[in-house]
Design a binder for this molecule. Structure first.
Ligand code: TRP
Length: 351
């Protein structure tokens, strides 16, 4: 029975729990796409290791967490196929072939890689690399080759299932561009094998950090997690960046750049009320406490059902592992087929 549906693939690095940034950036779109597309969600453990080679237990422990976060947020394992990246060796094979189609110079110019290198303190530092002992490899200020090349590996993630769409946050746009460059190059050299891919990015995809930083990031410590308790949510909202010049209730306050209002824009189901609050805040007379209390309630409404489902799944780890195992077996068949086709196209199908 041939599958006629178009294909969606996306993934998460298992380096920590998923947060509200993931929820608005990608999870919500996954929930939508799974009804229309044949959707794959990959636990990107190989990619996680590109900057966590010295922390294998952290990556291992987050395999289940990442999957549980997805399912709890509504990505339904009866509609979406979950799998583990490292269990599909064909992805690694494809990565090796793709590496020949990408220049080092292009990789060093990838905006996402550059931004992440800045966040992680990675530099192109030859001296630091030479001094590093094996156990320290990734804690030094020199970028691992695997990390620099992960966009190529990500292209292989996307292309081995011949995905048409990739639901991701805005920060992943450069990855899709790089994937399409690989598609064009591969097809031009070896014949039409891969379709071009489209990123599915929500209109307001980037949720700022609770500190007012441009991005909510696991490594930046400015996240509200899908697993946070009501108390944790409250604490984080109360500490949120608002308008630093709005000290007394009666003073006029700034709405732009005010994280509480940014979040109300995204999550509050009653946008008329939000507009009203903005007007009152601008005019003066509305305190930070009131908008923060409202936001706590609004976020709790979003997170509470996810948290409940999370708790249930966390008590049934074997069930979740079973989902990953079944999905991985299914995906392996797709991978074998694509690689056979790739090798034929590349004239390395000897016997
Ligand atoms: N780079 C993505 C992130 O950091 C994770 C990822 C790995 C991914 N492989 C992918 C996303 C393939 C989309 C498609 O969130």
């Amino acid at each position: 029975m041939a599958e006629q549906r178009k294909i969606a693939l996306t993934g998460d690095r298992p380096t920590g729990r998923l947060h509200l940034g993931h929820f608005v950036g990608s999870l919500k779109n996954r929930v939508k796409l799974q009804d229309e597309y044949k959707q794959y969600v990959m636990v990107a453990d190989v990619q996680a290791l590109t900057d966590n080679a010295d922390k294998p237990e952290k990556v291992r422990n987050n395999i289940l967490e990442t999957t549980i976060d997805n399912i709890a947020a509504g990505v339904d394992p009866t509609k979406t196929t979950f799998f583990v990246q490292s269990m599909i060796p064909e992805i690694a094979e494809l990565t090796i072939f793709f590496l020949n189609l990408v220049t080092v110079s292009r990789l060093t110019q990838n905006p996402t890689v550059r931004a992440e290198m800045r966040d992680k303190g990675f530099e192109f530092d030859r001296a630091a690399a030479d001094k590093a002992t094996p156990g320290e490899l990734v804690s030094r200020a020199s970028v691992p080759a695997g990390f620099l090349c992960y966009p190529v590996s990500q292209a292989a993630d996307i292309l081995f299932v011949k995905a048409n769409v990739v639901p991701v946050g805005e920060d992943q746009k450069p990855m899709i561009e790089q994937t399409n460059e690989i598609v064009d190059k591969f097809n031009a050299l070896y014949g039409e094998v891969f379709p071009r891919v489209t990123a599915v990015i929500p209109p307001k995809a980037r949720l700022s950090g609770t500190d007012g930083g441009a991005k909510m990031g696991k490594s930046l410590g400015n996240c509200i997690y899908l697993s946070d308790s009501r108390e944790q949510i409250e604490e984080k909202v109360m500490a949120m960046y608002t308008d630093p010049d709005h000290i007394h209730v009666e003073q006029p306050g700034k709405v732009e750049g005010n994280v509480v209002f940014d979040y109300l824009d995204v999550f509050d189901p009653n946008q008329t009320a939000v507009e009203d609050l903005k007007a009152r805040y601008r005019a003066g007379g509305l305190g930070d406490m009131e908008i923060k209390r409202r936001l706590t309630g609004v976020i709790e409404e979003v997170v509470a059902p996810i948290r409940e489902q999370r708790n249930y799944l966390a008590k049934n780890p074997d069930h979740v592992l079973g989902i990953l195992k079944a999905g991985t077996e299914q995906v392996r068949e797709v991978a074998t087929k694509t690689l056979a086709e790739v090798k034929r196209a590349m004239k390395i199908d000897y016997f």
